[in-house]
Design a protein around this ligand. Structure first.
Ligand code: SAH
Length: 267
């Protein structure tokens, strides 16, 4: 076994992709907090609650790479270059992402690019917003009588010409959800809600319950309950916009009972 000279450790950088959770800073994991604490450079994505940065060292360099202030987001290639350069300079880089880094967070792409650059990153899970949004309604994603599984799906698929870049076939997905009794959890679906509703109605009954939850787990959280045949209308009436999660499925049949109970208890 070869031993490294102790000095070489100090110049050895690291990179950790960290999930910051859905919004509520109390939903950060201990492991995520520890990674933030150890970081010398933190690259912060959109939809990360800045309160989680209270765990950072005072001298950590914090770089916002999201769309803050109405600016266009930093190009992905630039962010990756920044990460790789910092690691090579011996920095302990944390790439902080909303929710979970591996659920629609481009975490997979970043891991591949880091590996190509000879860096083996660590990944720390976060609570994904799709899970938190449904839980915030006191509703489970699976239920022995109502849903045997769950699908996390993007409403905004990258579209291209190769077979792997086809937009989601909502009709097929609806048929699968009906036959296999699956809850659909749709990320980035607000702007395409009319199109999604149209496709899903080809395979699911119009009375299938729907919930749309915006700013889940944050003080600004709002939600609207509806049915699939009224989904887009209900969304427009509510004034709810992005970021929001659209949930479709019979698990939401429990939501009425929960809110009725909340009303009874005056909460
Ligand atoms: N990696 C993230 C998802 C990033 S994609 C995660 O695991 O949660 C961005 C989408 O996530 C948004 O368009 C929205 O659909 C959803 N989202 C993120 N934070 C949210 C929140 N607090 N409330 C509702 N939806 C949220």
């Amino acid at each position: 076994m070869t031993m490294k000279h102790p000095a070489s450790f100090t110049t050895q950088g690291s990179c950790t992709l960290v999930g910051a959770g859905p919004g509520d800073p109390d939903l950060l994991t201990f492991k995520a907090a520890k990674a933030i604490q150890a970081a010398t450079v933190i690259l912060v994505d959109d939809l990360v609650n800045e309160e989680v940065l209270s765990h950072a060292r005072p001298d950590a360099r914090i770089v916002y790479v999201g769309k803050r202030g109405g600016c266009k987001s930093t190009p992905q290639a630039f962010i990756e270059k920044l990460m790789i350069t910092a690691v090579h300079e011996g920095e302990h880089v944390v790439r902080l992402k909303g929710g979970d880094p591996f659920i629609f967070g481009r975490g997979g792409e970043e891991v591949e690019h880091l590996r190509e650059a000879g860096i083996e990153p660590q990944v720390v899970n976060g609570i994904t917003s799709g899970l938190a949004a449904v839980t915030s309604l006191q509703v489970p994603l699976t239920h022995r009588d109502r849903a045997q599984g769950v699908v996390f799906v993007t409403g905004h698929a990258k579209t291209g010409h190769s077979a792997s870049e086809q937009p989601t076939d909502w009709k097929k997905l609806a048929a699968a959800a009906r036959d296999a009794r699956l809850t659909l959890v749709i990320y980035m679906g607000v702007s395409g809600a009319a199109h999604i509703q149209h496709g899903l109605l080809d395979g699911l009954p119009g009375k299938t319950p729907v919930a749309i939850v915006q700013h889940a787990t944050l003080p600004a959280q709002r939600h609207v309950l509806s049915t699939l045949d009224r989904m887009h209308e209900a969304l427009a009436d509510s004034g709810i916009g992005s970021p929001a999660i659209i949930v479709v499925g019979d698990v939401l049949k429990g939501v009425g009972a929960a809110s009725a109970q909340a009303e009874r208890f005056g909460t």
